[in-house]
Design a protein around this ligand. Structure first.
Ligand code: SF4
Length: 344
């Protein structure tokens, strides 16, 4: 693998829908500073879906909020870094400017969609409201568009004037997706969008999202802890640990040519479908306390491959290909010569 400390974009700037560089976000609380994102880099080329995978507390949702420019401040502070949406820098935008960008350029489906709907407003009105706000059109013009959106997500017109409580969980999720897509955003961020659904409905919703992504030619950021969802819908994967991407690659790179011990640990903790009686091997220990990040590689207290250097020095980035990189001392040729191990 080649070392490349300078973060190199896999594609030219103008072909990226999302381009995050060295983003650092902290929450400064009475109990101490929470280091939520510690230099995250994330690029999504136009029309592609990237899965952001990791355990709870790794920084996945903070990344989604940062892209929407919705980090609550205080206590949240964007310490450094940049976020470009379609080539446009967003971190210095005013709230008024962001209101236009949200919905038109980027939309987000939040972790708990069931509570995102207004219980006292019929579902079609909730979609019309979004369209009217962004397109500055009248209710008479927005109604047919809203009905079309509902049909597109599989909700018949004769149910459009019903209230959220009259819908099942899966149907409510479809309404949320219709609202998120109402203004045809270029980038859709979906934060654990199927967590609250049972497995059959989850599969239907994922199928629908895949179809809509193709139809609208959107890019998508799928935030999830579930590698099963990643394999269903993503073509790129970024594995996040302690607010940093520790391995990035295509679906094949991550699933077939796994490099990082943490990614390996995520796979080992999944049930083995061919041998359901096999013992699960969860990653030992817990995510580090985000107010006290370990020195060196933050995964070292949990890593079965850890070497002396791992506790002292943060690993550099090593590239196996343009899109597949890893941050781990196992791939540093100097470390390998002095006793490191490389997974073939
Ligand atoms: Fe494990 Fe060291 Fe690699 Fe970190 S740098 S993942 S501790 S081998």
């Amino acid at each position: 693998m080649n070392q490349n400390d300078a973060v190199t974009a896999p594609s030219p700037m103008d072909s990226l829908e999302l381009d995050i560089r060295d983003l650092r976000v902290e929450y400064r609380t009475m109990e101490g500073t929470v280091y939520a994102l510690n230099g995250i880099d994330l690029q999504i080329p136009k029309g592609r879906t990237l899965g952001l995978v990791g355990e709870t507390g790794a920084g996945k949702s903070t990344t989604g909020l940062a892209i929407m420019n919705l980090i609550p401040s205080p206590p949240g502070v964007i310490v450094s870094g940049s976020i470009f949406l379609g080539g446009e820098s967003i971190l210095k935008k005013s709230e008024k400017e962001m209101n236009l960008i949200r919905g038109n350029k980027v939309s987000m489906i939040f972790q708990d969609p069931m509570t995102s709907l207004n219980p006292v407003v019929p579902v079609v009105d909730q979609i019309m409201e979004v369209i009217e706000h962004h397109e500055k059109i009248s209710p008479r013009e927005s109604l047919p568009k809203a009905l079309e959106m509902l049909e597109m997500v599989g909700i018949p017109r004769n149910r459009a004037h019903e209230y959220p409580h009259q819908f099942s969980g899966g149907m409510k999720q479809r309404v949320i997706i219709a609202i998120a897509l109402a203004c045809s955003p270029y980038l859709l961020i979906a934060d654990e969008p199927t967590t609250a659904l049972d497995v059959t409905i989850q599969a239907q919703v994922l199928d629908m999202m895949r179809e809509l992504r193709k139809k609208y030619q959107m890019s998508m950021l799928m935030i999830t802890h579930d590698l099963g969802i990643v394999v269903e819908i993503c073509d790129l994967v970024a594995v996040i640990y302690d607010g940093r991407v520790v391995e990035h690659g295509t679906l094949r790179d991550i699933f077939i040519n796994t490099r990082h011990p943490y990614t390996e640990g995520l796979f080992n903790s999944l049930p083995d479908m061919e041998n359901p009686k096999a013992e699960l091997k969860p990653i030992p220990g817990l995510m580090p306390d985000p107010t006290r990040i370990p020195t060196g590689c933050p995964f070292h207290p949990r890593c079965g491959y850890a070497m002396d250097i791992c506790a002292k020095t943060r690993p550099s980035r090593y590239y196996a290909s343009t899109e597949h990189y890893v941050e781990c001392h196992l791939y540093d040729e100097k470390t390998v010569v002095s006793g490191g191990r490389i997974k073939q």
